[in-house]
Design a protein around this ligand. Sequence first.
Ligand code: ACM
Ligand code: ZN
Length: 725
Amino acid sequence: MGCKVLKVLFVSVLLFFLSFDLSGVGIVPKPVYSQVKEGVIVVNSETGIYVENELEESALFIQKLISKTTGLPVERIYQLQDNAIILNLDNQREDLGDEGYEIDICSDNIVFTVYNESALFYATQSFLQLLPAEVYSSESFKSEYEVTQLFIRDYPRFAWRGMMLDVSRQFFDVDFIKKYIDWLSAHKINIFHWHLTDDEGWRIEIEKYPLLTEKGAWRGENEVLPPAYGSGDERYGGYYTQQEIREIVEYAKKRNVSILPEIDMPGHSRAVTVTYPEVLCLSNDTSTSVQGIPQNVWCAGREENFNMITDILQETADLFPFEYIHIGGDEVNMQIWESCERCAKLMEQEGFDDVKELQSWFVRRVEAIVEGMDKKMIGWNEIMDGGDLGENTAVIAWQGSDYGVRGVKEGYDVIMAPAQYLYFDMAQSPDEQGHSWAGKVPLERVYQFDPHMPEEELTRFEIDNIMGVQAALWSEYLDSPDGIAEYQTYPRLSALAELAWTPQDMRDWDEFYERLTFNHLERLYNMGISFRLPPPDVIYSDGYIKAVQPFGEKVIRYDESGNTPTFESPVLNKPIKTDRADSFRFRTFYRSQGSITMPAFPYPVAEWNPETTPLNYEEVVYDISDFIDMAGDYNVMFRLRSGRNGLLVRKVSLYVNGDLVDEDIHDGVMAAGRTSNNIYSLALENFSKGDKIKLGIEMQGRWGVDTFGDILLYNSAKWQLNSDD
Ligand code: ACM
Ligand code: ZN
């Protein structure tokens, strides 16, 4: 391996070069360590793949993957030659861990070094991202690719890097699931949490209870389940046969993705209770779950139910090799149990006063069933409520990261999946499709999440119990338009991948955004993903409209009259001189896609940053004399740029030559996806040239002072902006 000699030399100079910007490698998620060298290597039809050790199966898979992606033969070679990709399984390199890898690209060959064979897949994914983005499209193969010589050493921050998809509210077919897994694996996501059952459809074939899928997988006018979530009167639904599931599990395994199956119980079970009504309580209770569904809870007092649950979980356990089974446990409408004589009897026997105790009894019972199958149980954070679960049981904190903190303090293994940051069913901006109960979840908000919750006082031991992080895509609102599931997932998943993989101190929003828009979106496009195109950032300054970024192949088009720009609208390719910037609208366009529409924003007159932001409310004064030349009604708008926590403002005052002339007192919040009431109105009734005009802003950091943002000033009679833009 010719590269080895070079490497010795190279390691000795590493420290010297560490201060250089290493972000030139556009891989997502960003590798732990990368160093670009001088020169390139050309990968072409002569490039072969050489395997040092016993690696037959995975080597074959990697060879096929590289060959399929590049269109080059990349044939197996059995004699080491130049221009080879060398797969090096090195049992001395325990330091790389199970998922770590090195890539060393030299002038004569390319070496992937791993300790654990499966990590070759991650080396390959990173390598493919070093090639032009077009390789991901099967339509644009080249006969050769120049690859920059470099060295990468990489391993993940978290062992659990997950993504959940709800296939109950909308059904996604086998082909889509495979594509979805492919895309996850390209981002080094290693858990696919498959939400297989819910009130609106049962999607996993259970041989012992065929009605679950014969009837419970379908909605419609004459079906046991009524139409819901856009499915209309026509019969709608589907399920995965056991054969299909085995095939998908195998498919995922080759891509280092483990599948976590979820059978949600005792609530969210309408698809069971309409097909096997005997599982219900002896109760005519008409109350509903939080989603408005009646009679969707398993009776806890019916002993036979646990036989059926055992059977269902046994078939599930047999299909999925992953060590965990997810049993749901969320949002149980326990009121139904209150009026059931069987549940009442059980409560009396067990000495319970409250149905909540019945819920935790149910969860412990299911835990014993799962453990009897040599699996570990995992559930939504509600399963912690009764306490007393086994030490193997893990919890997914969905209602907030404070539930995760509680979980680790109670000794559970925890996956952080707070809806407020990581529910991709939440809308990404005020005008877009999606839920909003956990607020808006724009890309930047996802990126700002740190699963270790730095503001919490966690011990090292507690931190170690945070196994990882995952996002979720619930599918209530995904019935239309086409591609909406992809639009909601990407590029937010690219951000998730980075917070799951890359060390926290290496993550930087601006640098990520540049990498994303520079070439990662191009990769997503070539993979065939209908991702959400980031909207443009346009400002108005000194009489000119200017774009902050067109990036890569994307262009910004504009409309002068407040209409939505189209593919025919003019391109913003130089500053536009105008005195009516407020009537302009802008969109990013990229190939066949257009982004949401944005206004231009006035040029900032000041900024806030971690240095200028007080921890507790204090007035910060800004001189804005340079920006005012007439009396009038002014608006001050706070616009967040980056940072995790946000800014709170409670009062903005206007001073002329030291005298207070107006003030606006209200609570404003500036935080990604949480911005509200961020505009303050002030009247400047008299103005003379030379007056000293100042803004006094009573503000404080929201849970800390890490936020950057702009303070915009504009004449409110001439310019209108929405308060949550
Ligand atoms: C959940 O979102 N109900 C886990
Ligand atoms: Zn009951």
